[in-house]
Design a protein around this ligand. Sequence first.
Ligand SMILES: C[S@@+](CC[C@H](N)C(=O)[O-])C[C@H]1O[C@@H](n2cnc3c(N)ncnc32)[C@H](O)[C@@H]1O
Length: 211
Amino acid sequence: MNAPTRARESSAKPKRLRDGLGFFGTFLKNPGSVGAVLPSSRYLARALVGRLELQPGQLIVEYGPGTGPVTAIVRESLPTGAKYLGIELEPRFHQLLVHRYPTMDFHLGSAADVTKILAERNLPRPARIVSGLPFASLPPAVQDAVITGIVDSVRGTHADFRTFQYVHAYGMKAARRFRALMAERFDGFERIGPIVRNVPPAFVLRYWGAK
Ligand SMILES: C[S@@+](CC[C@H](N)C(=O)[O-])C[C@H]1O[C@@H](n2cnc3c(N)ncnc32)[C@H](O)[C@@H]1O
């Protein structure tokens, strides 16, 4: 009875290990833009994605999918007919994602260009954006450009934007700067967690009502 579960777990472990090593290697090359030493756990990924109640034709956009732990949860819960686009800056991760999730769409580029990317791909405005971007380690100009892109793409809609911040870095200047800017641009805010079954533990932040 338990054999299929064991088989799934034993094939998942080498993949997690491989992803962990590859992710760490990419972090060493680009510490600022990767911003984490390990991919997110499925507990954090589930909390980040939340309940996906999208209608057919509605779009969810993922920023910075990395090796795809959040993408896997979106794929599990994406309603039939709903659309997905992942935007990833790092070519190595982009290549891996295209190979690993052949039924999903990925754009190689910066989340700061989201409005242009959606227009070029003839996609609607997002109903949800989930982000793995390491805002606390991004330069202020990149933070600003990404926030402008989020607001421009969801203003006047019921969309929400969800991201996470590590508990140990929550009080850092750059993390506080990001939350202060988001508070100016969004009416609604909720903090979920901490999600302790993640290395390191993290809060999920949810924003809605872009102004
Ligand atoms: C902290 S990792 C998160 C990876 C994955 N979502 C996870 O939770 O394990 C940050 C990811 O954001 C990507 N990234 C950084 N800046 C970006 C940008 N401006 N646009 C798109 N992706 C970006 C990095 O290459 C990396 O894959």
